[in-house]
Ligand binder design. Structure first.
Ligand SMILES: Cc1cc2nc3c(=O)[nH]c(=O)nc-3n(C[C@H](O)[C@H](O)[C@H](O)COP(=O)(O)O)c2cc1C
Length: 172
């Protein structure tokens, strides 16, 4: 079974998770800009960062080219990973991939430090007021992805891999 990891990352958070998933394996790991065509693989781990409530544009473009594959999703965002905002983003991502006949094996989201310039821009525009809750969330996001986030992502990816390998063995 041919697998690969493809990730999109602007400031390095999603890259960190992708590299943790790939570490110690011989599974190739590509930034989405240099990723080979998805059809070369049977199973893909697809990593994205959340922009305006959806996966960033580059990762969405790549996802739209993925058909009939086993997919493990991972992503980073500024919001809480179990918030409605995060769940909505995941649902939209799943729908996009399921429309292409893909099977989503699992999805892992964690927080990632938000570029302070982006925070300052939202302040200037007045789109996201700096409430106490937001300050706390951004402060927490700045610690992520943590070693624990990376270990969890890695564990979940390995479980997804094993489930496909077992399934493939049963049907051979
Ligand atoms: C332009 C822009 C838009 C963003 N929009 C969202 C958003 O809608 N929801 C969210 O939770 N985080 C949002 N974020 C925060 C990023 O998703 C988060 O910092 C992520 O970890 C960045 O990943 P990267 O370092 O791999 O690029 C946004 C960040 C930027 C720069």
């Amino acid at each position: 079974m041919k697998c690969c990891i493809v990730f999109s990352s602007c400031t390095g958070n999603t890259r960190k998770v992708a590299e943790a998933i790939a570490q110690g394996t011989n599974i190739p790991c590509f930034p989405v800009q240099n990723a080979p065509a998805p059809q070369t693989y049977d199973m893909l781990a697809l990593g994205f960062w959340v922009r305006k409530g959806l996966p960033d544009t580059r990762s969405r473009r790549y996802m739209a080219r993925v058909y009939g594959k086993h997919v493990f999703l991972f992503g980073t965002l500024g919001a809480w990973p179990h918030s409605e905002h995060a769940l909505h983003c995941l649902a939209a991502t799943r729908a996009l991939l399921e429309d292409g006949g893909n099977t989503i094996l699992d999805a892992f989201l964690c927080q990632g430090r938000v570029n302070p310039r982006v925070v300052a821009a939202t302040q200037r525009k007045g789109t996201h007021p700096l409430s106490i809750e937001r300050i706390h969330r951004l402060h927490e996001a700045a610690r992520h992805p943590t070693t624990e986030d990376c270990a969890t992502a890695r564990h979940r990816w390995q479980q997804a891999l094993q489930s496909v390998q077992m399934h493939t063995a049963v049907f051979l």
